[in-house]
Design a protein around this ligand. Structure first.
Ligand SMILES: Nc1ncnc2c1ncn2[C@@H]1O[C@H](COP(=O)(O)OP(=O)(O)OP(=O)(O)O)[C@@H](O)[C@H]1O
Ligand SMILES: [Mg+2]
Length: 325
């Protein structure tokens, strides 16, 4: 099935990304930016188009069976394979995430700026293999069997080229956190939060992003959604801790971790104590409480402190209860 690259993609409900350009233009490949040794979703190149330098993320072909492997039978029965494809294919994941960021006017502000999608003719594969030793595109076998001119084009997304990588500072880490929270508010969950996916302090990889509307929000359990969201922030905490940058955020995260341990110990001890308390010494506890209150009352009267009406009322009530036990 051929993709309508002249339209906004993907062609389904939810956010969409516009084409990079509606007119013809040349693409000049300059250098490979991604690591050829890595088994990623794409190969990223520095390119020149219309006289400007960009980063061009060219996606490998996607087999939707990769997504269905981890899904339950019920999900596979109820969610159309088209929806699964359009909401799990890394190319569409990026189109949808950027579509949402553009829709809300934060393109280039909370993540590296995106300029749209485009197709790369299959004939360019040979050039990329020769010049950059890039061979893996996972092209389906039936497509590879076709003549070059009939093969499906490669799908790509154009982004700002990031040349500077500022050192991690307290300010930058704080901003990265804010950006993630902002994206979360817009229903974009990038998931793959790690240092190599940042450029110039902005996130640049949305290959596995989940953007609302998405089938996971209808079909996955609430705990799964919660842990998916929390996982992102935890990954940022890892970046923060590994950076060695002394930030109040880092200190707070450390303090939070310690607080969680203390809480755990406290709650476990308290739960055990409550259990014993409730089941074995209930009567005794009541007795002690009432004796204590009696002593307090005696103390109050002995020292001629005039108890307020509320205290008097409460003490009388407790006295009545003592008589009842
Ligand atoms: N806009 C950009 N400017 C400069 N370099 C970039 C840009 N986009 C990507 N890169 C480089 O290419 C690498 C791979 O990009 P990206 O993470 O988007 O691809 P991916 O295929 O999803 O990778 P992976 O699956 O390995 O995370 C990045 O780690 C970065 O080094
Ligand atoms: Mg990446």
């Amino acid at each position: 099935m051929s993709i309508p690259f002249h339209k906004k993609l993907p062609q389904c409900q939810g956010p969409k990304l516009s084409p990079f350009s509606k007119t013809r233009f040349d693409i000049q490949f300059i250098r490979l930016l991604s690591d050829n040794e890595r088994e990623g979703h794409s190969h990223v190149f520095e390119v020149i188009m219309n006289g400007s330098h960009y980063a061009l993320k060219v996606f490998k072909f996607y087999d939707v069976r990769v997504a269905t492997v981890g899904m339950s039978e019920e999900e596979i029965r109820n969610i159309s394979i088209k929806t699964i494809r359009l909401q799990t294919d890394p190319f569409y994941n990026e189109c949808r995430a950027y579509g949402r960021l553009i829709e809300y006017g934060v393109n280039g502000k909370v993540a590296v700026r995106c300029h749209g999608h485009m197709a790369i003719l299959a004939a360019r594969e040979e050039e990329l293999a020769q010049r950059f030793e890039v061979h893996t595109w996972n092209r389906p076998e039936d497509d590879s069997a076709l003549t070059m001119s009939k093969r499906q084009p490669l799908r790509a997304i154009v982004k700002d080229l990031i040349q500077n990588h500022p050192p991690l500072t307290e300010k930058l880490l704080g901003r990265m956190r804010k950006d993630l929270l902002k994206m979360r508010k817009l229903g974009v969950h990038p998931q793959d939060v790690r240092l190599r996916n940042y450029g110039g302090g902005l996130l640049l990889d949305f290959s596995i992003a989940i953007t609302k509307p998405h089938w996971v929000f209808e079909w996955e359990e609430p705990w799964w959604i919660r842990s998916m969201k929390n996982d992102e922030m935890q990954k940022l905490q890892v970046i923060m801790l590994e950076s060695g940058v002394k930030t109040w955020l880092r200190a707070r995260e450390k303090a939070r971790a310690i607080a969680v341990v203390i809480d755990l110990v406290f709650y476990t001890t308290r739960a055990a104590a409550c259990h014993i308390w409730r089941n074995t010494t209930k009567q005794l506890a009541y007795g002690l409480l009432l004796e204590g209150t009696g002593a307090y009352r005696a103390f109050v009267t002995r020292d001629t402190i005039v108890p307020t009406p509320a205290i008097t009322c409460a003490l009388n009530l407790l006295n009545d209860m003592r008589d009842m036990i």
